[in-house]
Ligand binder design. Structure first.
Ligand SMILES: [Zn+2]
Ligand SMILES: [Zn+2]
Length: 279
């Protein structure tokens, strides 16, 4: 493996979260067990092995390395990736890739898929990803990964296995689908992105943004620019039902020690120990 990019790793209940995210620098995530990438402000060399990517919005620190991702997969003879992104960004992203094709003289095989809030992407038999409306300064979406399971309908629960098979063979649907939100990624958003999509509070793992932490920064201005402050987390402390809450995308105006100090002050118990600062 070539170490070409700073990258942090965290394990939670069989899921490996890897990535790097600082505001205006770069954001990228990989969830290996779900075979998913989120955002591509930069591309760690070995992330190219994952063929499905979801881009939250087209700010440069979230999309700049898209040509590198597409081109590297081609060079390494991997299949063309499927890249989901806000619908309004697709045509321009496609043109950008074609311009790189002219510069680089290499093909850019990929499928770009536009998403509107509410759209679903069936990435496998077991997992479906839903796009949710977030609040940023340009078109943006967040994502929730649902694990789909099939549960026997209550009216069939007392039947024996062979009876259930008979019913099934007669063409009657014996199961209903249940969806468990296992992981959510908000991308850049102000707190309305959380409040308007309660599933973010219920996903097992939430990856979100905490761009600002110092008390002197004005909330109205932060929200207007489509970002969150640690106080927005404090104001919603009771609402987070997540097992793990990753706060990333911290501004470069703070060093790690400052972030920890401000967050410790605002949230002394770190949301019952569930908050993980991505530093
Ligand atoms: Zn950003
Ligand atoms: Zn942004």
């Amino acid at each position: 493996m070539v170490e070409n990019v700073p990258c942090l790793t965290h394990h939670h209940d069989g899921v490996t979260i890897e990535g790097y995210s600082r505001a205006a620098v770069q954001t990228c995530w990989r969830i290996n067990e779900l075979k998913l990438l989120f955002d591509v402000g930069v591309q760690p060399w070995d992330f190219m092995g994952t063929p499905v990517m979801f881009i939250s919005h087209a700010h440069l620190d979230h999309i700049a390395a898209l040509p590198a991702y597409v081109s590297r997969r081609r060079m390494m003879k991997m299949s063309p990736p499927i890249v989901y992104m806000p619908d309004s960004a697709v045509d321009t992203a496609w043109d950008m890739l074609q311009n790189f094709r002219r510069l680089d003289r290499g093909a850019m095989p990929c499928e770009l898929v536009g998403l509107l809030p509410g759209d679903e992407a069936h990435i496998s038999r077991e997992y479906v990803v839903t796009a949710l409306p977030t609040r940023h300064t340009i078109d943006s979406v967040g994502f929730v990964v649902h694990h789909r399971r099939h549960k026997l309908k209550p009216e069939f629960q007392d039947l024996s296995g062979s009876k259930i098979r008979d019913v099934k063979h007669s063409g009657i649907e014996v199961t209903t689908e249940i969806r468990i939100p296992v992981l959510a990624y908000t991308g850049d958003t102000n707190p309305r992105g959380l409040d308007e999509n309660p599933v973010f509070f219920d996903a097992k793992i939430l990856i979100s943004e905490m761009t600002f932490v110092a008390p002197e920064h004005r909330k109205e201005k932060i929200h207007k620019h489509g970002h969150m402050h640690v106080d927005d987390y404090r104001d919603r402390a009771e609402r987070f039902n997540n097992e793990l809450i990753i706060a990333a995308h911290l501004s470069t105006r703070y060093n790690a020690a400052q972030v920890k100090r401000f967050v410790q002050k605002a949230l002394p118990d770190g949301l019952d120990g569930r908050l993980k600062l991505w530093l």
